[in-house]
Structure formats: structure tokens, C-alpha cells
Design a protein around this ligand. Structure first.
Ligand code: NAP
Length: 332
């Protein structure tokens, strides 16, 4: 069976040669274990940070060791009480076609009503990030203006739809005309901006937000966020969720200093990590499931097929090749 290891620490945008496929014997099962077959692998921008050395909120991947991420797997054999052959589980797992587990950190998931992959998207870390970041820090009120960057991606598209449910004016920033069109036609955003073709982002945001920006859900950082910051209102809330535009930087990117903007507007800017909110997951997941069931949140996925394509699917995130959640499906 195949596994995927970290071959080298990337410089700039990751390359295929930063990953290494290594064949291993399929594991055998001990008492108290289950044998898992990978079904779906989530590739996420934050994994770029784990490919580097240094202190962060999760440990870095080690060179020549198997990488991991959120995955859905099928129990193909069980010697563990509570798990049966044919069950599906979600959790952090290694990038291996097969692996054993003692069941720790795994949650059973039911694919009878939704595709199992949705547990990596709207009903998984993605949806939780969008919902908890927006409601816990953003606290949007009806009539306010919410701007979201990375708007056509996994987290961004859900943030915008929740902000619409809350009665806000929603403006999304994304990297192509097609994505911007879909923000409006598919998700009901009020306006969208293509940051790749807009020369004056500060002005474009001002035009789309005539009443200013009350909540900014930041997925990208960098110059896009500098431009949003120029438009924030008094008592604005800025959720710093991601900074993908800076993840591949080889030197520290500099921009305008934010302190005077925060002071002048009594604005709140707060870093957000979804794993700090585990005690709220039990409320957030049923709420997200209800929104999906009621058709208030549309779940979008970009599915890439084949274990061999995990590294390329990950690299494609940095080229904006996904709409919604980027997921690799491992064919039977
Ligand atoms: P995603 O948005 O589905 O995929 C990444 C998107 O980022 C791409 O589709 C691309 O869209 C955009 N992008 C790539 N390079 C860019 C650049 N240089 N400038 C601007 N946009 C760029 O990924 P996601 O999983 O939903 O994650 C979104 C952000 O949230 C990431 O920064 C991620 O690290 C963060 N996140 C944080 C947490 C947390 O707990 N803090 C949890 C999950 C995710 P375009 O075509 O629009 O460029």
C-alpha cells in the first residue's frame, strides 16, 4: 500500500518533489484495533504551515515521516468494541491507503443522508470554522456589512451564506470573474470583487460597502486585507482566520500598520483557531446540518480522484483551482 511522506520543507509554493510516495506492507490487526481504508482526504491551506519547522498551534510534520490531515475512512476489519466492519469514521488520520487505529479521536459518520465527504466540509472543520469564527468573534447583526476574503473557497463560501442568513449585506472577494459571479448567483452574496483584476481594492471595497465594513472575515491576509482595513467602521470586528496570501512568503511581508486604524475605530481584531472552540462543536454541527437540510447553506466541493493526486490537490489550493472544499476521493 502507498503512503505519502514529507520529502523536503518547501520554499515558496510547495512542489511535487516536496512529497514522497513510499510503499509499505498493509498493516495487520491487533486486539482492540480497527483496520481503516481511506475514503476521502482533506487538503487544507494550514498544512503548508505544518510543512515548516517552528512553533505553531500544531506540531510541524517531520521530514521522511507520513503526513496527515482530516480524513474519512471505512472500517474494513474490527477487533475493537463499538466499531463494526462497514462503519465510516472521520478524524485526523495519516496519508496512508490503509491504517490501524484504537479508535481514539475518531467519530462515526453516517453517509445515508449526505455524501461522506461533507463531513470534511460544511459538517466538519470547514463549517465549524466559518460558523464559530463568524458568530463568536464577528457577532454580525442584521443590516450590518460583512466582507469575506477567500470567499469562493471552503470556509469563505460558508461564512458568506451564514452572514446572509443573519440578515447582513455580504461582499465577497475571490480570484476570478467566474467565482465572483457564483458568489452572487449561487450563494446570494450582494456583491463580489475579483482581486486579480481590480487595480484599486480600497476603492472597490468602498464602492461595494457604501455604509462601510462592520465585520471582516479574513482568510487571506496581505494586500487584500490592507484594503479592507481602510474601510472598517467604528466598532468593526475583524476575524483573522487565515493568511493564505502569506503562507508561501520567503521574507516577512510588510503593509500599513493596523494599530491607528483599530484605535480610531475602536475595532476588534482577533486571531481565530477552530480547535479552541471544541466545547461549541456540539451546538454548531446540528445548526449547520439544519441549514444544509433547509437549503440555506449550499455545500460546494472540488473532488480530485486518486491517492496519487493528494500532493497536487494540495498545491492547487495556492493557485485557486478549487471552488468550495478541496477533497481527494480514494476510489474503491
Ligand atoms: P479555500 O479557501 O477553500 O482554498 C484556498 C483559496 O485561497 C483558493 O481557492 C484561492 O482562491 C485562495 N488563494 C490562494 N492563494 C491566494 C493568494 N495569494 N491571495 C488570495 N487568495 C488566495 O481554503 P479553506 O480551507 O477554506 O481555508 C481558507 C483560509 O482559512 C485559509 O487561510 C486557511 O488557512 C484558513 N483556515 C483557518 C482555520 C482556523 O481555525 N483558523 C481553519 C480552517 C481554515 P482564489 O481563487 O479566490 O484566489
Amino acid at each position: 500500500m502507498k503512503t505519502i511522506q514529507l520529502n523536503s520543507r518547501p520554499v515558496g509554493i510547495p512542489k511535487l518533489s516536496d512529497f514522497k510516495f513510499v510503499n509499505k506492507e498493509k498493516p495487520t490487526l491487533a486486539d482492540g484495533e480497527i483496520l481503516l481504508k481511506a475514503n476521502y482526504i482533506s487538503v487544507d491551506p494550514y498544512l503548508r504551515g505544518r510543512m515548516m519547522e517552528g512553533k505553531s498551534y500544531v506540531a510541524p510534520f517531520e521530514l521522511n515521516k507520513v503526513m496527515s490531515s482530516g480524513m474519512i475512512a471505512e472500517v474494513v476489519e474490527s477487533k475493537l468494541n463499538g466499531f463494526s466492519k462497514g462503519d465510516h469514521v472521520s478524524g485526523m488520520m495519516e496519508w496512508k491507503e490503509f491504517q490501524t487505529s484504537k479508535g481514539e479521536g475518531l467519530m462515526k459518520v453516517d453517509g445515508s443522508h449526505v455524501s461522506l465527504s461533507v463531513y470534511l466540509g460544511v459538517l466538519g472543520m470547514t463549517g465549524l470554522t466559518a460558523y464559530l469564527g463568524l458568530t463568536e468573534i464577528g457577532k454580525p447583526k442584521a443590516g450590518e456589512t460583512v466582507v469575506v476574503s477567500g470567499a469562493a473557497g471552503a470556509v469563505g463560501s460558508v461564512v458568506g451564506q451564514i452572514a446572509k442568513i443573519k440578515g447582513c449585506r455580504v461582499v465577497g472577494i475571490a480570484g476570478s470573474d467566474e467565482k465572483v459571479e457564483e458568489l452572487k448567483s449561487k450563494y446570494g452574496f450582494d456583491a463580489g470583487i475579483n482581486y486579480k483584476t481590480t487595480t484599486n481594492m480600497t476603492q472597490a471595497i468602498a464602492e461595494c460597502c457604501p455604509e462601510g465594513v462592520d465585520v471582516y472575515f479574513d482568510n487571506v491576509g496581505g494586500e487584500i486585507s490592507d484594503a479592507v482595513m481602510m474601510n472598517v467602521n467604528r466598532f468593526a470586528r475583524i476575524i483573522v482566520c487565515g493568511a493564505i496570501s502569506m503562507y508561501n512568503a520567503t521574507s516577512v511581508p510588510m503593509g500599513p500598520r493596523v494599530q491607528p486604524i483599530l484605535i480610531k475605530n475602536s475595532a476588534l481584531m482577533q486571531g481565530f483557531i477552530v480547535s479552541n472552540y471544541t466545547e461549541k462543536f456540539g451546538v454548531a454541527i446540528p445548526q449547520l446540518a439544519k441549514y444544509v437540510q433547509e437549503g440555506k447553506i449550499i455545500s460546494t466541493e472540488t473532488i480530485v480522484k486518486g491517492f496519487d493526486n493528494v500532493p497536487q490537490a494540495f498545491i492547487n489550493l495556492f493557485e485557486g483551482k478549487n471552488k468550495g472544499k478541496m477533497i481527494v476521493e480514494i476510489e474503491a
